[in-house]
Design a binder for this molecule. Structure first.
Ligand SMILES: [Zn+2]
Length: 475
């Protein structure tokens, strides 16, 4: 199957220095979306991509998104591009982002963050190398290698590259919804390369993400902060109430105590259970990542299920509480506890809100406190799960086997990538998360890197995926 791939792979190898140079040029543009002063660099990065795509023969549009929320600052444009419009071919829509997290050498980088540094062992350090400039350029490189090798590009490629991902994707959701049945109308499936392998050795395909409902519970009483030497024992204290309310939410083993949550969780099917067995993940890796052995479960499967397919509740902090070192004897007048629930199929956002509000209200009522309590949502995002049996995944699985010589793990992630569900809803098509980098790349931290092997084999993988997409029977 897909015999053209040998020629394509050889071409990618022959051009690997050129592709690394292209990544070097991209990393050199400090497109930090969260810093207003860097905005011109973010825009420059969008133009860089547009120019590269135009040179490759793609039709490109730079779509303005208006002003950044609550500011007078122009948002960087979304790069929309199309390569090929052959009615006989399938059309794949790919997404990536060209902005990056902030980075300063003083933060603890061993190298200049915006100067791609390739070590002899193949590690390529630079901000954005793995998140997400490497994967974005992967699509461009795949196009170029096909041209140079004289191999027909197997699909029509639609591209959507944004410049605000690391700062909330301001304006993108509206654009995707708007274009779902216009610019993206002929997309047969969607592929996003903006996540990571579970470990360092084995590639994976990701078919699910948890959602997140974030809450505040606010308790107030006295008109101002008090001194415990004067008022201790005379007033009911908001902090005492809050601690007791927060303690009622979840137990030491992470079991959520709110009625109506577990009831919403989809049961585990036999088929799903089978997906966990071979996954390259060990409790040792987890202990290392945690920096402790304080895990809730002792085995891999329960741990992965708890991270991917069951909800979890975390208490994050208390606003208004005394948190500095020392022994200040303040009684805070108002405290706001923050907690969130990572949500999974088939939990509903609104139904979950109602369960949370009811539980918190009852927990507070039980205290018979004269203080005042309010519980409210800060923000919510829905979970996502795709069918790993869709041809989109089958194609990616075959491509992975061809390039890496192994069956990929089918993974979910405990976190959220909100754009995934936006694309699914706007296009009505299957969405695949196809990562290029590995778990040690340090996407948001200092010394971010992409391994040369992951980059070059990743370019092969993206191209091979498109060839297998073209061959998969339409179901
Ligand atoms: Zn990213």
């Amino acid at each position: 199957m897909a015999p053209q791939l040998d020629g394509y792979f050889k071409q990618v190898d022959d051009m690997s220095n050129h592709f690394i140079e292209r990544l070097r040029q991209a990393v050199a543009i400090p497109s930090v979306s969260s810093e207003a002063l860097r905005r011109p660099d973010v825009v420059r990065m969008g133009h860089f991509l547009a120019d590269e795509l135009t040179k490759l023969g793609a039709t490109v549009e730079l779509r303005p998104l208006g002003k950044q929320h609550g500011t007078n600052l122009d948002l960087p444009p979304v790069v929309l591009a199309r390569y090929g419009s052959d009615k006989k071919k399938r059309t794949i829509l790919v997404y990536g982002h060209y902005d990056v997290q902030p980075a300063e050498k003083e933060d603890g980088w061993n190298t200049e963050p915006f100067d791609l540094t390739v070590l002899d062992d193949g590690r390529m350090f630079g901000r954005g190398s793995t998140d997400d400039k490497g994967p974005v350029l992967g699509w461009l490189n795949a196009i170029e290698a096909h041209q140079k090798a004289g191999i027909d590009f197997p699909v029509n490629l639609l591209m959507c590259f944004e410049g605000m991902e690391e700062y909330g994707s301001d304006g993108l959701e509206d654009l995707i919804n708007e274009e779902g049945k216009k610019y993206f109308a002929d997309a047969d499936a969607v592929c996003i390369s903006d996540n990571y392998w579970l470990g360092t050795e084995k590639p994976c395909l990701t078919y699910g993400l948890r959602g997140c409902n974030y809450y505040s519970v606010e308790i107030s009483g006295p008109g101002a902060d008090l001194h415990s030497g004067v008022f201790g024992g005379t007033a009911q204290e908001p902090m005492t109430d809050l601690v007791r309310v927060l303690a009622s939410l979840v137990d030491t083993d992470g079991k959520i105590q709110i009625k109506g949550i577990a009831e919403q969780v989809a049961p585990v099917t036999k088929e799903e259970e089978g997906l966990y067995d071979g996954i390259a993940f060990t409790m040792d890796t987890l202990h290392e990542a945690l920096g402790s052995k304080t895990t809730i479960f002792e085995d891999k499967k329960s741990t992965l299920m708890a991270r991917w397919r069951y909800p979890s509740l975390s208490v994050h902090g208390v606003e208004g509480a005394f948190s500095a070192p020392g022994a200040k004897t303040v009684i805070p007048a108002k405290v706001i506890g923050k907690f969130s629930i990572r949500t999974v199929p088939n939990m509903e956002i609104e139904k979950t809100h109602q369960c949370v509000y009811k539980h918190v209200q009852e927990a507070f009522d039980k205290l018979n406190s004269k203080n005042t309590m309010k519980v409210y949502e800060q923000h919510s995002g829905k979970w996502w799960v795709a069918s790993p049996h869709h041809w989109n995944f089958a194609a990616a699985s075959k491509a992975t086997q061809r390039v890496w010589g192994v069956q990929p793990d089918f993974t979910r992630e405990g976190g959220s990538i909100p754009v995934t569900i936006t694309f699914e809803e706007a296009t009505g098509k299957n969405v695949l998360l196809l990562p290029m980098g590995s778990s040690t790349d340090g996407a948001h931290s200092i010394n971010e890197k992409l391994d040369k092997k992951n980059y070059i084999e990743g370019i092969k993988l993206l191209g091979a995926y498109l060839h297998y997409v073209a061959e998969e029977p339409m179901v």
